[in-house]
Write a protein that binds this ligand. Structure first.
Ligand SMILES: NC(=O)c1ccc[n+]([C@@H]2O[C@H](COP(=O)([O-])OP(=O)(O)OC[C@H]3O[C@@H](n4cnc5c(N)ncnc54)[C@H](O)[C@@H]3O)[C@@H](O)[C@H]2O)c1
Length: 268
């Protein structure tokens, strides 16, 4: 096979002319995914609770391709509608949604304020639902699309403690994937989950800093060396490649999967 053949063979793994909206994309996995999507031909809407950071990220990445930064609290219905409307105005609508935004705060089960439970489920559960719904409206008018929900290996197996609010919210994300893949298959919309193991992103470091400052202690397998089969946490690009695969035509016959990208953590 010469180089031209490889280029052809890899074409389905790219997103030429596609429009992707990624939530929580001002840092971490969301930002790395935005960068990768731009490199393979997509236009990318970088949506984040931190609107200034979203706009700065969009500006920084604009050398790689068309970007738009929008302030969006995924838990807020109006903000989600406004963000998707901005995407439609700039790019005509979205073909790919990555539900990536997540709230992070450890809380012991027995001491957890109900407000902590509620905000976790509002951002992860309600946020995934609201963004999916706005994306489906636009995808229906574009002949289909692909939605990738970022869940967590902890929806299958506890990873860090204390984490009941987060793990249960992520299990809800998997349920959304299983249901939505059935509901929206007639619209040619595929819906899949990526379930990361531990990742080298700012989020866990912020939690660790909170622990060091006297907050709830984070303990658990993925945070300790050698507790997954590869003995290390993932770099965000290793996760972003799995997101790209599911978002792209390379996964044209895949819907409803929960793709564990966890270095075998859940099998060890
Ligand atoms: N990092 C890990 O070890 C790990 C492991 C398993 C799963 N995950 C999942 O991967 C995804 C990305 O994780 P990360 O570590 O890159 O995250 P991160 O905490 O580094 O970044 C999350 C981003 O989401 C944004 N955000 C928070 N609340 C929001 C809201 N209400 N609306 C919009 N944006 C909001 C933040 O501003 C931030 O930019 C998350 O869904 C997370 O749960 C991460």
């Amino acid at each position: 096979m010469d180089m031209a053949d490889y280029t052809n063979a890899l074409a389905p793994f790219t997103l030429p002319g596609k429009v992707a909206l990624i939530t929580g994309a001002a840092q971490g996995l969301g930002r790395t995914t935005a960068e990768l999507f731009l490199e393979v031909g997509a236009s990318v809407v970088i949506a984040d609770l931190d609107g200034e950071a979203a706009k700065a990220t969009a500006q920084e990445l604009s050398a790689k391709g068309p970007t738009l930064g929008v302030a969006m609290d995924v838990a807020d219905e109006k903000a989600v509608q406004v963000g998707f409307a901005a995407a439609a105005e700039k790019f005509g609508g979205v073909d790919v949604l990555v539900n990536n935004a997540a709230y992070r705060k450890k809380a012991n089960t027995m001491d957890m304020p109900v407000s902590e439970w509620d905000i976790m489920h509002a951002v992860i559960g309600r946020g995934t639902f609201l963004c999916l719904r706005e994306a489906v409206k636009q995808m229906r008018g574009r002949g289909g699309g692909s939605i990738v929900n970022i869940s967590s290996a902890c929806s299958h197996h506890p990873m860090i403690f204390p984490n009941m609010h987060y793990d249960s919210a992520k299990a809800g994300v998997d349920a959304i994937t299983r249901l939505a893949c059935v509901e929206f298959a007639p619209d040619k919309i595929r819906v899949n989950s990526v379930l990361p193991g531990g990742m080298n992103t700012p989020g866990p470091k912020t939690m660790k800093a909170a622990e060091n400052a006297g907050g709830p202690v984070i303990a658990g397998p993925a945070m300790l060396p050698g507790r997954n089969l590869m003995g290390r946490v993932a770099e965000p690009i290793e996760m972003a490649r799995a997101v790209l695969f599911l978002a792209s035509d390379a996964a044209s016959y895949i819907t409803g999967v929960e793709l564990l990208v966890d270095a075998g953590y859940t099998k060890g």
